[in-house]
Structure formats: structure tokens, C-alpha cells
Design a binder for this molecule. Structure first.
Ligand SMILES: *Cc1c(COP(=O)(O)O)cnc(C)c1O
Length: 415
């Protein structure tokens, strides 16, 4: 190694502020740090990506008792193990480690605590009738995590390799995937910036971890339709913002409006945007409207991915599925509250629902819009029904695919 590259490497690794104290540290270091640092001829050749062949497994010594299905509360109980992959700017991604689920230790100055360097994903593992484990379009979640990470200048990674690591973890946690239809193992990949610094900038350290939580069906006893409070005072996402990234910073500010809605008797916020009250999302779900449009066509509408909408995997699946039926006009376009109100007044509004991994679909039965409660139709042929026929059909089909009852390439078998 030439003196020049060695000096440049030294400067890259240790910014001015740390250089003065470093030599003494190197002398005290039990192993030959200096040799380790300067072994390679270039910084880049040492940077590693995630590699599932390097997964190390440290099994938990005592396994926890499983939670009875009836006691499962969403996101409260976690499995025996978690996956951890550390990253630093010098070396890249370290070997993935599957280790007992437990606390992680971070400095109080870690950037995640101050500037919200955090993004996450949510997907599920299902057990089919034959006991096989299945994931639903997990490649979409890996790609979305990549995009969210890039938006925050958190480190990106090879998505296929991360998915392979995730599969190793899920196979190991097989006993935690409930066998009952509607039950599943919720999987939460999370990426945080952990550099110890109050200076705002990109992180030189990060941790990617995956934890898993067994969960029950969103609706225990059939569907239950929700009442929405349309919300203008607070805005979930805006043009040029980060509404299209699954980052922690988008969610905490939405809790107060959600509590305010709950106090008035509404389960979710209907997030509106702009001077003409465009519909964007429902709580943390994408939003769909089924109506007979002014041209007499039955149209399924969801707002377009213009930067203010989170690109839901369920949203995409519903759009693709409905297009294959060739019965409805399927549109990604802007839809305003005045269009919905007009359709309702003229008897053309058919159904509305939210979509997301947790529930697949949530029927909407009522919207409070500027002080008025608007009744959204559910099933015209069955007054006791809690969901419209199209909402129900979408739910049944997606669930059938997820549990392997309807063969489909979206369902990925693990064992
Ligand atoms: C996660 C999420 C969704 C739903 O995405 P899915 O991939 O379908 O689970 C919708 N909107 C927001 C704001 C979300 O965070």
C-alpha cells in the first residue's frame, strides 16, 4: 500500500476530531488494530453487502411458552429470536446474526433518538392447511424498505439477500406461526441510524433488525365497518414530503388527531388534502371508493401514487386483482369529497374501504364530513351485512391466496 492511499484511508476512517487520540488507542488495543485497518488496499473492496450464507445463529437457551390464540393482542408478544445486521460506513453490512429476542443497547446520542432515522416494514407469515409456511409478496416489502432507507440516507442493501435472511428467521420461528385461518405471524423489519452524534447529517452506523409477533385476525367476529372523521386541520402527507415512505416520523404526529377522532366516536381519520378535499388515506391504510361514475360505469377508485400516498402491497394487489376480473373500471386517480358526496346524493356510491396488511380490507360505513355524518352503503341486498359485496370478494380472494387455498405466484412457500 502506498503512503498516499494509507494516509487517505486514515483520514476517511478517522475524521480530524478523533485523530489526536487514536494512536494511543491503537497502542492499547489487544489485537493489532493497525494491521487490521491497513490490510486492504482500498476502502471499497472491504465494504460488504448483506449475505444470507453468512447468517450466524445463536439459539435461545430457554424457549418461551406459546400464547393461546384467544389471548393474542396485536404487537404485544414476540418470538424467541430476532435477526440483527449491523452496518457501518467503513465495512458495510456485518454478518447477519439470529439471536435471542432481547434488548439492544444504544448510546443516548444515537441519531435515531433525536432525528427519527427510522424506517420499517410490516408483512405476515401464514401457515396453510398442510402446515407449510407462506409469505405474501415479500419482495415488495424488501423493495419498499430499500426506498424508505434511501430517502433517509440510511444504508441500502441487496433486497433478495435480506429476504433470504428473513426466511431463515421465519423457518426457525415456525412454531410461532399460528395454524388457524386468519391468524398469522406479523414480521417487522426495522432499520435505524445509530451513529452517536447530535450533529444532523447522514449516519455512519446503522442496525437492521427483524422481530416477529404472533397475531390474530383484525376482525375476530366477521367484519366490523368503521366510522371516519374527515380531517383537514392536520395533514398526514403533502407534496414533496415523505408520505410515500414507511418512516417512523410519519406516524407519531398522527396519533393526536386519531385520539381526537376517537373521542368524538370515530375509529379512524380520513386524511384529506388540498383546497378541494382530496381523499388520500384512512388512518394508516390506503383508501378505495367503489361508485357508479357519471358515465354509468362501475368504477373502483384509489388515489394515485403522487408522493403523498404510501404504496401499499395490499393496494397494489387489489388493483391487479380487480383488473383481472374485467368487470369494473379500475382507476388510480384523484377523488375529492365533493365527488363522493354527489355520488352518495345521487345513489351512485356503492362501497368504500381501507386496505393494509393488518386487516386486508376494512369496510367504511360512515364519514363525518364538515359536521355532517354521511352514511356509506354496505351491502344493498343484506341490511345486516358489515361489508359490501366487492369488499368481501376482495378480502376472500386475498385471504385465499395468502393461506394457499387459491394457487397464486404471490404466495411464497417457505418449507
Ligand atoms: C403500511 C401502510 C399502508 C398499507 O400498506 P400494506 O403494504 O398494504 O400493508 C398504507 N398506508 C400507510 C400510511 C402505511 O403505513
Amino acid at each position: 500500500m502506498s503512503a498516499f492511499t494509507s494516509k487517505r484511508l486514515f483520514t476517511t476512517l478517522f475524521p480530524v476530531s478523533t485523530r489526536l487520540t487514536l494512536p494511543r488507542y491503537i497502542k492499547r488495543c489487544p489485537f493489532n488494530l493497525q494491521q487490521t485497518l491497513f490490510k486492504s488496499t482500498s476502502v471499497d473492496s472491504k465494504i460488504t453487502d448483506i449475505d444470507h450464507k453468512r447468517v450466524q445463529i445463536k439459539l435461545s437457551e430457554s424457549l418461551k411458552p406459546l400464547i393461546p390464540d384467544k389471548d393474542l393482542v396485536f404487537g404485544r408478544n414476540f418470538t424467541d429470536h430476532m435477526l440483527m445486521i449491523e452496518w457501518n460506513a467503513k465495512d458495510g453490512w456485518s454478518d447477519p446474526i439470529i439471536q435471542p429476542y432481547g434488548k439492544i443497547s444504544l448510546e443516548p446520542s444515537a441519531m435515531v433518538f433525536h432525528y427519527s432515522f427510522e424506517c420499517f416494514e410490516g408483512l405476515k407469515a401464514y401457515k396453510d392447511k398442510e402446515g407449510k409456511l407462506r409469505l405474501f409478496r415479500p419482495d415488495m416489502n424488501m423493495k419498499r424498505l430499500w426506498k424508505s432507507a434511501a430517502r433517509l440516507t440510511l444504508p441500502v442493501f441487496n433486497e433478495d439477500e435480506l429476504l433470504e435472511c428473513l426466511k431463515i428467521l421465519i423457518r426457525l420461528e415456525e412454531r410461532w406461526v399460528p395454524a388457524k385461518r386468519g391468524f398469522s405471524l406479523y414480521i417487522r423489519p426495522t432499520l435505524i441510524g445509530t451513529q452517536a452524534s447530535l450533529g444532523i447529517g447522514s449516519n455512519s452506523r446503522a442496525i437492521l433488525f427483524i422481530i416477529c409477533s404472533p397475531c390474530g385476525p383484525y376482525f375476530r367476529t366477521g367484519f366490523s365497518a368503521v366510522r371516519l372523521l374527515s380531517t383537514f386541520k392536520n395533514v398526514r402527507a403533502w407534496p414533496g414530503g415523505t408520505g410515500d415512505a414507511k418512516i417512523g416520523g410519519n406516524y407519531s404526529p398522527c396519533v393526536k388527531p386519531q385520539i381526537e377522532a376517537a373521542e368524538k366516536g370515530y375509529q379512524q381519520n380520513l386524511w384529506l388534502f388540498g383546497p378541494d378535499d382530496e381523499i388520500t388515506e384512512v388512518g394508516t391504510m390506503n383508501c378505495f371508493v367503489l361508485l357508479d361514475n357519471e358515465n354509468g360505469e362501475t368504477e373502483l377508485v384509489t388515489p394515485p401514487l403522487d408522493g403523498t400516498i404510501l404504496a401499499g402491497v395490499t393496494r397494489d394487489s387489489i388493483l391487479q386483482l380487480a383488473r383481472t376480473w374485467k368487470e369494473l373500471k379500475v382507476s388510480e386517480r384523484k377523488i375529492t369529497m365533493s365527488e363522493v358526496v354527489k355520488a352518495l346524493k345521487e345513489g351512485r356510491l356503492r362501497e368504500m374501504f381501507g386496505s393494509g396488511t393488518a386487516c386486508i380490507v376494512t369496510p367504511i360505513k360512515e364519514i363525518n364530513y364538515r359536521g355532517q355524518d354521511l352514511k356509506v352503503p354496505l351491502d344493498p341486498n343484506d341490511a345486516s351485512s358489515n361489508a359490501g359485496p366487492i369488499t368481501r370478494r376482495i378480502s376472500d380472494t386475498l385471504m385465499g391466496i395468502q393461506y394457499g387455498e387459491i394457487p397464486h405466484e404471490w404466495s411464497v412457500v417457505l418449507n
